[in-house]
Design a protein around this ligand. Structure first.
Ligand SMILES: Nc1ncnc2c1ncn2[C@@H]1O[C@H](COP(=O)(O)OP(=O)(O)OP(=O)(O)O)[C@@H](O)[C@H]1O
Ligand SMILES: [Mg+2]
Length: 316
């Protein structure tokens, strides 16, 4: 549904997007992550045909966004960054205008407006002027125009920016549900949103794709993912540590805390360490308080991938 090939954009000497390629299929919700200034919005502007690429190609539903702009644009909905709108219109007037731009008139237009007013919870402000809307309602109105023609492809630049926690939840759920039938790209700085709504995520840093995978795959790249954390009762670290030396598949061990004869430590494996640890614990008759394999956290992955090398080394 969306194919991006070697897409590049420079502004003067500034390379904002540097040779990125990926594709998005129907049924996929792709999260776009990256630090401020990474090139997310610029990439999205090029995918929607709003900005011409310096090099590379984008096609939406098989149509080249530059050469067949009208055909590709008619198949996509776009929520731009900062939700720009005509501020002297009412919400209803704006949605009505957008519906007509999308070729909807009469009862089809009325149905489309009803649908998005419901989906985006706009009933309380329907006849309010856009320039008097609160930030959250403004954002929701702009999201409503993006989906008014029920497009096959959606490009949403920070769709939950400025929404309260309830609305964030509603919009995430809406994105996830719409994603079953559409191809969606959305950018966000909220990493839990990626886990809640995305089937796949791309991390962009300084214009380049530095990671591309399911949220689970990305999490497994976290610096501590796969390490085993063990908490023991009634024994101190000094008594535990010598026993660990004999473990097969142990790369390193670190004490996390020791207090009132509760000892918690982390084991970094270089093979199938868990059965070895369980056997040792049984043999030593250790009383296990807790034992878990660290799943990895998306924000650790994000930080370890997108920080400069000097700062990367300091993440524990
Ligand atoms: N029209 C422009 N002219 C000059 N430079 C631009 C222009 N648009 C974007 N840039 C630069 O391109 C880089 C990428 O910007 P972009 O807006 O794509 O980042 P982003 O990943 O969306 O960041 P954020 O998370 O802050 O929204 C930045 O350095 C930005 O200053
Ligand atoms: Mg942006």
């Amino acid at each position: 549904m969306i194919t991006v090939e070697k897409l590049t954009k420079s502004f003067g000497s500034k390379l904002a997007v540097d040779n990125i390629s990926f594709s998005v299929e129907k049924g996929e919700v792709l999260g776009f992550l990256g630090p401020n200034g990474a090139g997310k919005s610029t990439s999205m502007r090029m995918i929607t045909g709003f900005l011409a690429p310096s090099a590379g190609k984008v096609s939406v539903c098989g149509f080249d966004v530059v050469e067949q702009g009208l055909k590709s644009r008619s198949r996509l909905g776009y929520l731009p960054e900062n939700a720009p709108m005509y501020s002297d219109m009412s919400v209803f007037g704006f949605l009505s205008f957008c519906a007509e731009l999308r070729g909807l008139f009469g009862s089809a237009k009325a149905r489309a407006i009803d649908r998005v007013v419901q989906l985006c919870f706009l009933a309380p402000v329907l006849f309010q002027s856009v320039d008097t809307l609160s930030k959250g309602y403004r954002h929701r109105t702009c999201l409503a125009q993006a989906i008014i023609h029920d497009p096959e492809v959606l490009i949403l630049d920070e769709p939950t920016d400025g929404l309260d926690p309830n609305q964030k939840h509603e919009v995430r759920t809406l994105i996830r549900e719409m994603g079953r039938e559409k191809a969606i790209i959305f950018s966000t700085h909220i990493l839990e949103e990626v886990e809640a709504a995305c089937t796949r995520a791309i991390i962009i840093d300084r214009g380049k794709i530095v990671a591309n995978g399911t949220p689970g795959e990305l999490k497994s790249r976290a610096p501590l993912a796969g390490t085993i954390v063990v908490g023991l009762i009634g024994i101190g670290w000094q008594a535990v540590q010598p026993n660990l030396a004999a473990l097969r598949f142990l790369e390193r061990s670190d004490l996390i805390s020791e207090c009132d004869s509760h000892t918690t430590f982390r084991l970094e494996p270089n093979g199938d360490l868990l059965p070895e640890v369980l056997t040792l614990a049984q043999r030593q008759k250790w009383q296990i308080d807790h034992l878990k394999i660290e799943e990895g956290r998306l924000d650790d992955v994000f930080r370890s991938i997108t920080l400069p090398d000097t700062e990367r080394a300091s993440i524990k």
